[in-house]
Ligand binder design. Structure first.
Ligand code: ADP
Ligand code: ADP
Length: 228
């Protein structure tokens, strides 16, 4: 469902971020993307949700070439991919409920359906009692749960996360990782860049290691493979 063929990314300033990436990620897989800082993990992830475009090569999500779609169809692609960031990126003037509802409003979901779905989502992430709180009233772990609810709002087939536990303490990180596992068990594909060695080593999922813009390792029940 996610395919890359001969993908290169050279940034405008000449930075060579990715070279000749070939990969297939099947429906329902859970993939950790690991590697040193500056290796190209974020770029790899940004190409998937079309935040960046490849300099060369093809990227398909559910059979659609994401680099060839017409501008007006990009929202449709993005709707099918939920994205979770290290810094949460919640809208500060909206409650948790409104942050999640907003993701459905922009794709013109009927109000009644939104109410129902948002409640369902807060149950999924275990925050039913925090729906009316503003982001600055939430802990980091709670903010990330809201961000995950938002990413799941439109029932995407893929969740992409760039260091989602990077700002969280180890215990909170485990809770967030278990939530991603639950989401994956429900059938959503998960692709996650992470520096969280302990979690990767214990979860025994597929691990793709990127170094200097190239995939240097791709193991089905892999390990983190770096000291820190
Ligand atoms: P990682 O996520 O593994 O830390 P990145 O994908 O962020 O790696 O970066 C890969 C390389 O591309 C690095 O050399 C980085 O400096 C460069 N890079 C990332 N984003 C940009 C950008 N917007 N413009 C120019 N160079 C960039
Ligand atoms: P991450 O690796 O988590 O993406 P970074 O701190 O590397 O975080 O990057 C933060 C932002 O700066 C990203 O949007 C990235 O694209 C951009 N960036 C990273 N490296 C460069 C660079 N060398 N030149 C320009 N922008 C960059």
């Amino acid at each position: 469902m996610i395919e890359m063929y001969g993908v290169w990314k050279v940034y405008e300033n000449g930075n060579d971020a990715l070279q000749n990436i070939d990969i297939k990620i099947g429906r329902g897989e859970f993939v950790y993307v690991v590697g040193p800082s500056g290796a190209g993990k974020s770029t790899f992830i940004k190409l998937m949700y079309r935040e960046e475009r490849p300099t060369k090569g093809q990227i398909y999500i559910n059979g659609i070439n994401v680099d060839k779609v017409k501008e007006r169809k990009i929202p449709q692609i993005r709707r099918n991919i939920g994205v979770v960031f290290q810094d949460f990126r919640l809208l500060p003037r909206m409650t948790s409920f409104e942050n999640v509802a907003f993701a459905m409003e922009v794709v013109e979901t009927p109000r009644k359906r939104i109410e129902q779905r948002v409640r369902e989502l807060f149950e999924l992430v275990g925050l039913e009692d925090r729906m009316d709180a503003y982001p600055d009233e939430l802990s980091g772990g709670e903010m990330q749960r809201v961000a995950i609810a938002r990413a799941m709002a439109n029932k995407p087939s893929v969740i992409i996360a760039d260091e989602p536990t990077g700002n969280l303490d180890p215990e909170t990180s485990w809770g967030i990782m278990e939530l991603f596992e639950e989401i994956n068990d429900l059938g959503t594909t998960v692709v996650m860049a992470t520096h969280n060695r302990d979690i990767v080593n214990q979860m025994k999922k597929r691990v793709v290691a990127i170094e200097d813009g190239q995939i240097v390792r791709d193991e089905l029940r892999g390990e983190y493979g770096y000291e820190s």
